[in-house]
Design a protein around this ligand. Structure first.
Ligand SMILES: O=C(O)CC1=CCC(=O)O1
Length: 94
């Protein structure tokens, strides 16, 4: 199943800089592992915001929830999920 996900990151200003850097590094490694696996095929920065638009390709709602809630930055994120269905006019879908 495909999902469109918006992640808005709000790291508190008073978070220890070392903890911040370590958490962001773990987030990058976690994200890139999922990208290599094919479960996170797209990630785009939203211009001018500490936010991204991502596409996830996972089995179901439960897998998406597990993947998102394991994000190292999850405690500092607002996340909006939109499930995607095939559009009847999509020539790629046949
Ligand atoms: O910077 C972000 O948008 C949050 C994030 C998600 C995956 C990653 O590496 O950073």
């Amino acid at each position: 199943m495909l999902f469109h996900v918006r992640m808005d990151v709000n790291i508190p200003n008073d978070l220890d800089p070392e903890v911040r850097a370590e958490t962001v590094a773990r987030e990058k490694a976690y994200s890139q592992d999922l990208q290599r696996s094919g479960k996170w095929p797209h990630i785009w920065r939203i211009v001018g915001e500490y936010s991204n638009y991502s596409i996830f390709d996972v089995a179901d709602n439960n897998e998406l929830h597990d993947v998102l809630s394991a994000l190292p930055l999850f405690p500092y994120m607002d996340i909006k999920v939109t499930p995607l269905a095939t559009h009847p006019s999509d020539i790629a879908a046949g």
